[in-house]
Design a binder for this molecule. Structure first.
Ligand code: HEM
Length: 537
């Protein structure tokens, strides 16, 4: 640090100096000592040994030695942007969330990511993409930590370490870096068939988006909205890109991965710099908050299921515009810390067992990744609402707290009593009834692993089906173990016989029969998540 080298708030000043790393008249040490020279160590004579007393040398090298922090355990590679969200007010009949009221504008920071690859992996790998949004609302931070895929691989967070161990590189060779084309991934999804829908989504063109600007986003879980009177509605969040949904074809993705591994990162930054600001509408599907928490027979607590849009249309509730690139990747994109538990009045969680594990995991991982409990003080993570907490001390404490009694009530300074005024507008969890036997088991409604994969398959156009068959064939073809390929063909047989037959042919293996009767989705409505309607009879 030194004169002109950083902005304590993280906000650009608009000053041309913003682009200059060392804009001051002279360099200093971290202690502010003026430095006449930073190119030569202090030595006993020009050709003599370097002296231990050279504090500048030790400070400079020590700081450099610690420049890297651990990458995220998942979603390590990403790109971020600042923007603005404007509420339409159309959700105000079901939620009291202030940022969703008509024409309320809220600053946001969005980070897009791949899930599996390391920080230096290629952007165009076949993978799910993260779509995480931090809304700096007047009532505190709200994070919508979603993906570009409306379903997830598993139904219960206790399997998350397992699915990630399987999807990441093999522990012996650390291969592959950024792909699901390997034995452990296909072993896992062959044995844990609740991942069938997420897997076919990734094998379709949706797994290789053309641009972050051309992807949908999904909150995946069902959330609970609450109005001012306490009435509740279940909702699923959707981001719809104004540019439409577009994908690469496999050959493009492969070439780009070599020619420009930063393709998506560059595309986002270049578009924003050129003033072509990407936009998404935020929308919700709404469902009555019944004791069963199902809709048209679909379990709303099962994150491996969608609710087709014909059954529950997506209603637009606001507009997101990304209009400013980060000025420092590390300070903003790398240090941003999202959390599904960052909620505001008017939005609450449900009992989805995948969501419950996430509520623990993000805070826990950030404690290590960002070295201690004070990461909410990092500029990119600071709320734009007043903070008056009783959290004290800890590694990297940047605040100088006042007062002698950080607890309440106290009889020394009487600070911050919970007055009626303070309680009003405070966050109150929805008082849901909770009962049940303590068990480790999934509900029977989680058992159907194939019918929505079949819906998805049937909604694809012929060329999309060709791409999907080619993707399965390529990815399974990379497995060394024949038994893993054979087991996965049995999964495909439960989606569709043609799909199974063609992938089996590509792999040079016999096609098995379905082990379950194939779900006949008709006369249920079509699946339009993919913007398709039913193929004509
Ligand atoms: C990171 C989405 C499930 C643990 C992320 C990120 C996204 C995301 C978008 C990247 C955030 C960023 O850009 O900084 C999702 C979605 C899920 C899901 C949509 C399911 C619906 C889970 C589960 C767990 C988990 C079940 C653990 C039990 C993590 C962890 C990180 C992460 C540890 C790294 C966070 C950090 O280092 O700041 N997830 N995730 N996720 N996720 Fe998830």
């Amino acid at each position: 640090s030194g004169p002109g080298t950083y902005s304590p708030t993280g906000q650009p000043t608009g000053n041309p100096q913003d682009k200059v790393a060392q804009g001051g008249a002279y360099l200093t040490t971290a202690q502010g000592l003026r430095l006449p020279d930073t190119d030569h160590s202090l030595k006993a004579g020009p050709r003599g040994p370097v002296l231990l007393q050279d504090h500048h040398l030790r400070e400079k090298v020590m700081h450099f030695d610690h420049e890297r922090i651990p990458e995220r355990v998942v979603h390590a590679r990403g790109a971020g942007a600042h923007g603005l969200f404007r509420g339409y007010g159309t959700a105000s009949n079901i939620t009291k969330a202030a940022f969703l009221a008509q024409d309320v504008e809220t600053p946001v920071f969005v980070r897009f990511s791949t899930v599996i690859g390391s920080r230096g992996s290629m952007d165009t790998a076949r993978d799910t993409r993260g779509f995480a949004t931090k809304f700096y609302t007047s009532e505190g931070v709200f994070d919508l930590v979603g993906n570009n895929c409306p379903i997830f691989f598993i139904q219960d967070a206790i399997k998350f370490p397992d699915v990630i161990h399987a999807a990441k590189w093999h522990p012996d060779r650390e291969i592959p870096q950024a792909q699901t084309a390997h034995d452990t991934f296909w072993d896992f999804v062959g044995l844990h068939t609740e991942g069938t829908f997420h897997t076919i989504w990734n094998m379709s063109d949706r797994g290789i988006p053309r641009s972050y600007r051309m992807m949908e986003g999904f909150g995946v879980h069902t959330f609970r909205m609450v109005d001012a009177e306490g009435a509740t509605t279940l909702v699923k969040f959707h981001w719809k890109p104004k540019l439409g949904v577009h994908s690469l074809v496999w050959e493009e993705a492969q070439l780009l991965g070599g020619v420009d591994p930063d393709f998506h990162r560059r595309d986002l930054a270049d578009a924003i710099e050129a003033g072509a600001y990407p936009q998404w509408e935020l929308g919700i599907q709404t469902f009555p908050d019944t004791p069963e928490q199902t809709f048209e027979g679909i379990d709303l607590l099962d994150s491996t299921k969608i609710v087709p849009e014909e059954l529950a249309p997506v209603q637009p509730i606001g507009l997101l515009t990304l209009n400013r690139n980060p000025s420092n990747f590390f300070a903003e994109t790398e240090q941003v810390a999202f959390h599904v538990g960052h909620l505001v009045p008017g939005i609450d969680v449900t009992d989805d067992p995948l969501l419950a594990g996430r509520l623990f995991s993000y805070l826990d991982t950030q404690l290590t990744r960002l070295a201690g409990p004070n990461f909410p003080q990092i500029p990119i993570n600071r709320p734009h609402a007043p903070v008056n907490d009783m959290l004290r001390d800890g590694f990297h404490q940047a605040a100088v707290h006042r007062g002698v009694a950080p607890y309440r009530p106290n009889s020394l300074d009487g600070g911050c009593p919970f007055t009626a005024g303070a309680v009003e507008g405070g966050y109150v969890e929805v008082p849901m009834e909770v009962s049940g036997r303590k068990v480790r088991e999934a509900p029977a409604s989680f058992a159907d692993h194939f019918s929505q994969s079949r819906l998805f398959w049937l909604s694809l156009t012929p060329v999309e089906r060709e791409h999907t068959i080619a993707a399965y064939t390529f990815e399974l073809g990379k497995c060394y173990e024949q038994a893993i390929k054979e087991r996965y063909l049995r999964v495909l047989a439960n989606i569709d016989p043609v799909l199974c037959q063609q992938v089996a042919e590509g792999l040079g293996l016999p096609a098995p029969q379905a082990s379950e009767p194939l779900a006949d989705p008709r006369p249920s409505p079509a699946l339009s998540q993919v913007g398709q309607t039913w193929p004509a009879d």
